[in-house]
Design a binder for this molecule. Structure first.
Ligand SMILES: O=P(O)(O)OC[C@H]1O[C@H](O[C@H]2O[C@H](CO)[C@@H](O)[C@H](O)[C@H]2O)[C@H](O)[C@@H](O)[C@@H]1O
Length: 254
């Protein structure tokens, strides 16, 4: 269902963790956006809330990110949660089993070399090369946006099987056809997620795929921050989400 109205304030609905499956996007949702993609931090209070909510939900809690599972583990250490990583191309289940989409990485290596060459010419831009995608960041050189977009369009034509994602000051070349919606469907088909009502929190364009799939399970979609969205609800920013998580973690009546 496409929402044409402004999303409602999420604070207006009550969720029972005993019957809910929780899905959290990472950057811009659990973590505040920062200039350096490697400099993200997560407070102990947020880690504690994730643990408490996960326990109250019988383990039905996962992080869904464009980042790889290893990066999410590093930022959330010592927690190792169920994760849908690399925009859906990899998944670690509640049991700890890791599923990865396999593909021939030759094109990815060639494309990454081109993007790295570009980044050397534009100081402040940087390249994040993952197993199934290449991200060109320009948050530290916003003036280079036009050149970054021109490169991205030209590479998208050259590599027609690649999906181009325009995120928050990042252009990402995705080689896997999987999306966040696919990885959520995988979680929802398994215990302890199956039969529950999902709630998905996200802030960026790739989260819209997840928002759109929520009605399949009568789920709830929550956009973090400003901007157009198909989500049904909105919270102002990651701090507002953290405050909500901490209240939920404390239990009913708090
Ligand atoms: O799906 P997500 O968990 O939201 O990941 C999306 C991308 O997030 C990261 O980049 C963004 O966050 C950085 C840190 O705050 C910021 O510097 C950058 O401008 C943002 O685009 C991450 O680096 C990417 O790999 C993810 O795909």
């Amino acid at each position: 269902m496409k929402h044409t109205e402004e999303p409602a304030d999420f604070a207006s609905i009550a969720l029972d963790p005993a019957t809910t499956a929780f899905f959290f996007d990472f950057d811009g949702t659990l973590a505040e956006i920062v200039d350096d993609p490697d400099a993200v931090t997560i407070g102990d209070d947020v880690r504690d809330a994730l643990v408490a909510i996960g326990e109250a939900a019988g383990g039905s809690l996962a992080v869904i990110s464009g980042r790889e599972i290893a990066a999410i583990d590093r930022f959330l250490s010592p927690l190792t949660l169920p994760v849908g990583g690399a925009h859906g191309a990899e998944r670690r289940s509640v049991e700890g089993d890791v599923h990865r989409t396999e593909f021939d990485s030759g094109d990815l290596d060639r494309l990454a070399a081109r993007v790295e060459g570009f980044a050397r010419e534009y100081p402040g831009t940087s390249v994040e090369t993952k197993r199934t995608s290449v991200a060109l960041h320009y948050r530290r050189n916003p003036a280079a946006e036009e050149e970054c977009v021109a490169l991205a369009r030209s590479l998208a034509e050259e590599y027609p099987s690649v999906s181009l994602l325009a995120g928050k000051m990042v252009l990402e070349f995705k080689f896997s056809g999987r999306t966040k919606a696919d990885v959520i469907a995988d979680f929802m088909a398994e215990e302890p997620f199956s039969g529950r009502r999902p709630v998905y929190f996200g802030d960026d364009v790739t989260d819209e795929d997840a928002f759109r799939v929520m009605p399949r399970w009568d789920g709830v979609s929550v956009k973090i921050g400003e901007g157009p969205t198909e989500a049904g609800y909105r919270l102002a920013d990651p701090s507002a989400l953290h405050a909500w998580m901490k209240r939920l973690a404390q239990g009913p009546g708090r």
